[in-house]
Design a protein around this ligand. Structure first.
Ligand code: FES
Ligand code: FE2
Length: 410
């Protein structure tokens, strides 16, 4: 830790009050474990986080585990067909119950002393316990779970934000791509040795795209200034209807979220002429999604709360989930999704499908780590945001507001 940090005795409240508007965050927001602990309580565990697609757990007993910061959730389909989420913490003495990332079980058996749990979380067997031991009172604790048109979300609080407004307002854009019937064709986790906010801030801005992402920059028009972009945007708008798409713009992210609801957003941006989709040569990499009938040369941004983002091309969807793993490390989980009836080998090739966002994320990781190294320097001081970092600015301002929430609001 730098000398600057060691000599800074300001409280977190003082730190927030001193934060200069329109500037990147003070060093301690990225380096101080006490700030991170507060973020876990007030932000990370309060918000929904994407945890996979329902198609990944088709049968009773199918499960996967999702880890967020220090918490671990088992997501399992019960014998009644319902999806449930449980804390991966044994009710005996607290061991992790499930050590596999995914699989199929009849029951979960804790590896420590062998307590077993049904897929509905109930304790099924515990050896050598006293006669008056109450099995019923020792079910696995629940983690909040919600499904939005096929997407699974978990939240590590018993009193999560509502998903109703998101489910309602994104119903039409999600139906256009038939989110209910996707399948996960590929999944990859990128460990990033940097504070989680640096990872998400980087995702929020495309000021760096032209310099850092030649692959992305040659197909996406997002980094063009408005006048140049409008020409491509208009072409896409003109093509949309014939392809089965409607122009929809929704901005209820972060501070614009309806009270008590998870934030959400949707918009579509043009690709350059040569690109039908986000692929190496611009040509299709999978069958058209849903009822789409052609390529409008666009890509849609979906926002689901503060940690989960998706990009919908006409033939595949890429989901990005950024979460902390500790105060100075984070991870990005990327899911590549195609229509549910597409077959690998016949309809898509995973290498081609995943190419763009794999190379882009590998570059992003390097940028984020370099950013983190500089931010830890005693010479770091917050710098001004550019006009192309508006979403990032609004994101960090939202974080500061969340950190200041009165305890009674939690
Ligand atoms: S901690 Fe799980 S059985 Fe003992
Ligand atoms: Fe990037």
């Amino acid at each position: 830790m730098s000398a600057v940090f060691r000599e800074d005795h300001r409280s977190i409240a003082e730190l927030i009050a001193a934060q200069k508007a329109g500037y990147s965050l003070d060093q301690r927001f990225y380096t101080d474990p006490a700030v991170y602990e507060l973020e876990l309580d007030r932000i990370v565990y309060r918000h929904w986080i994407f945890a996979g697609h329902v198609s990944q757990l088709p049968d009773p007993g199918d499960f996967h585990v999702r880890n967020v910061a220090g918490e671990s959730a088992i997501i399992v389909r019960g014998s009644d067909g319902e999806l449930r989420a449980f804390a991966n913490v044994c009710r005996h003495r607290g061991s992790l119950v499930c050590l596999e990332d995914q699989g199929h079980v009849d029951r979960f058996a804790c590896p420590y002393h062998g307590w077993t749990y049904d897929t509905d979380g109930r304790l099924f067997a515990a050896r050598n316990m006293p006669a008056d031991f109450d099995m019923e009172a020792h079910s696995l604790r629940t983690v909040s779970i919600g499904v939005v048109h096929g997407l699974i979300f978990v939240c590590f609080t018993d009193d999560p934000l509502s998903l109703d407004a998101c489910r309602r307002d994104l119903a039409e854009p999600m139906a256009m791509f038939d989110f209910e019937n996707l399948k996960v064709a590929a999944q990859k986790t990128y460990d990033i040795p940097a504070n989680w906010k640096l990872s998400i801030e980087n995702y929020q801005e495309c000021y760096h795209c032209a310099t850092a992402h030649p692959e992305y920059a040659r197909m996406h028009t997002l980094m063009l200034d408005h006048r140049k972009r409008d020409r491509f945007q208009q072409k896409m708008l003109d093509a949309m209807a014939a392809c089965g798409l409607r122009d929809i713009h929704i901005d209820r992210v972060d501070s614009a979220a309806p009270p008590g609801e998870m934030g959400y957003g949707y918009s579509r941006t043009a690709l350059f002429d040569k690109y039908l989709t986000g692929s190496r040569d611009g040509q299709p990499v999978a069958p058209l999604l849903g009822a789409l009938t052609g390529y409008d040369k666009g890509a849609s941004d979906f926002n689901f709360g503060p940690f989960s983002f998706m990009l919908a091309y006409s033939d595949h969807i890429v989901a990005y989930v950024f979460t902390p793993t500790a105060h100075d490390s984070s991870k990005c989980e990327i899911y590549w999704m195609v229509r549910g009836d597409a077959e690998e080998g016949r309809d898509y090739d995973v290498g081609e499908l995943a190419w763009l966002w794999d190379v882009t994320m590998i570059s992003d990781k390097e940028i984020i780590v370099n950013n983190s190294k500089g931010v830890h320097s005693k010479y770091y001081q917050p710098g001004p945001f550019s006009g192309m970092e508006k979403a990032e600015r609004s994101y960090v301002e939202w974080i500061l507001r969340e950190l200041q929430r009165a305890d009674e609001d939690l």
